[in-house]
Design a protein around this ligand. Structure first.
Ligand SMILES: *[C@@H]1O[C@H](CO)[C@@H](O)[C@H](O)[C@H]1NC(C)=O
Ligand SMILES: *[C@@H]1O[C@H](CO)[C@@H](O)[C@H](O)[C@H]1NC(C)=O
Ligand SMILES: *[C@@H]1O[C@H](CO)[C@@H](O)[C@H](O)[C@H]1NC(C)=O
Length: 390
């Protein structure tokens, strides 16, 4: 972290004319040594490693900044305001020729440092991943770097271009669970709200592998895999079709109906159900998935409202609300087979209790209004069905 910060601080002070390029001391074995005469103690960073310093910068990226912008923002935020003001005034005093000269110096400095671009950093990480003579921990570190690097959408879009997606998808089959988990995480992050990456991952066959991973006994792996699946199918008709073709419906039902499953996994699962049902509402004309009207499935969703986990209950309510609005959902099944009335009533009692106790009152009140909304939709649908035609 330190050297990125120093670098950013140096760049800012550089812009305002405090920096002298000749003070950058590249000593052969000790790595890059930063120093300014004005602020000796404070602007010195020593970092071992490559002579060109690129490894040093890379290491600092772990958990640090994913882009130059980020570093600058951070450095500005952590700078002494009076010094910033002072230096801003200095800039104003510089003639444009002078300013150009400074910019040139900084540019040369950056080049001499070989400050790697995000694309280069991704390439390094990918090369490391592909290098089978490296140790597991080095592969893991490469994945963790990619996890940070794919956050900006431009980087996510470049990942496949530089050969990264195939490597990461291949790592879903790695014998090490940590490797698999981090790979799933990267895929989820890169494809979230990103139709380009979604399409690439789907074409590279990522989805079926992730679906297998959801069955992992390693909780984090299963959760990250489900996260990636949700990111892949969200607002993506092709992804959803593939998901159903790969028996995604059974996968969902297995997770929901098995209360020994990890709570995080079940929350993610019911959230995905709500999301998929919503998509069905939007693409109604293409026909609804028969699975959504499966009584066993509906019951497993309704039963979640009896969970002791409020968050899970809330997500279940949202799912029920969306499912109720599907044409194919049989309200009689919800009434007789799932006992939705009983479930909603139990929930009402529990929420009343929470509201009275004042514990998480606002949350409980929000949930109560959602519960009422669900009840209204449900009764509206019941009335339509039981109306005697005149
Ligand atoms: C560069 O740094 C090395 C070791 O830190 C020092 O011995 C040397 O004098 C420095 N050179 C210059 C030009 O400042
Ligand atoms: C793989 O890593 C080893 C050890 O760091 C390195 O010597 C070798 O050049 C790398 N191979 C490739 C193809 O990058
Ligand atoms: C329920 O889940 C647990 C672990 O999550 C698993 O071991 C068990 O086989 C599952 N039970 C059924 C009936 O699928």
């Amino acid at each position: 972290m330190a050297s990125s910060v120093m670098l950013a601080a140096l760049m800012i002070t550089g812009v305002v004319g405090l920096i002298r390029a000749e003070r950058v001391n590249k000593s052969g074995s000790g790595g890059v040594v930063w120093s300014t005469a004005e602020e000796e103690g404070d602007l010195v960073v020593r970092k071992g490693g490559d002579a060109d310093g690129s490894t040093a910068v890379l290491e600092e990226l772990d958990g640090g900044f994913s882009s130059l912008d980020g570093m600058l923002q951070w450095a500005i935020g952590h700078s002494d305001p009076t010094k910033l003001k002072e230096t801003a005034e200095n800039v104003q005093q510089l003639s444009s020729e002078n300013l150009k000269q400074r910019q040139l110096e900084i540019k040369e400095l950056m080049e001499s440092l070989k400050m790697p671009s995000d694309a280069q950093l991704m390439q390094i990480a990918i090369d490391d991943l592909k290098n089978s003579s490296l140790l597991l921990e080095e592969h893991l570190r490469a994945l963790q770097e990619l996890l940070i690097l794919v956050e900006p959408i431009d980087n996510a879009n470049d990942l496949h271009k530089v050969g990264g997606l195939s490597v990461v998808i291949r790592a879903l089959d790695n014998p090490d669970s940590e490797m698999r988990m981090t790979s799933a995480w990267i895929i989820g992050k890169a494809s979230q709200n990103n139709p380009i990456v979604q399409k690439q991952v789907l074409e590279l066959g990522g989805l079926p592998r992730l679906m297998k991973m959801v069955k992992s006994s390693f909780k984090q792996e299963a959760a990250k895999a489900l996260y990636a699946i949700s990111a892949l199918v969200r607002n993506n008709v092709d992804g959803q079709e593939l998901f159903y073709a790969e028996a995604g419906d059974l996968m969902l039902q297995d997770i929901l109906s098995n209360s020994t499953n990890d709570i995080t996994l079940r929350r993610k699962c019911v959230f995905l159900v709500a999301d998929l049902a919503e998509s069905q509402l939007e693409t109604r004309n293409k026909g609804e998935q028969p699975f959504f009207s499966n009584p066993l499935f509906l019951k497993s969703v309704v039963d979640l409202t009896a969970s002791t986990d409020l968050d899970l209950q809330e997500k279940a309510l949202v799912a029920i609300k969306n499912l109720l609005q599907l044409r194919t959902t049989e309200v009689q099944v919800l009434k007789h087979f799932c006992d939705l009335d009983g479930a909603l009533e139990k929930m009402r009692e529990q929420l009343q209790q929470l509201i009275l106790e004042g514990d998480r009152r606002d949350y409980a009140m929000d949930m109560e209004s959602l519960r009422r909304e669900v009840k209204l939709i449900y009764h509206g649908k019941l009335e339509k069905v039981t109306q005697v035609p005149t």
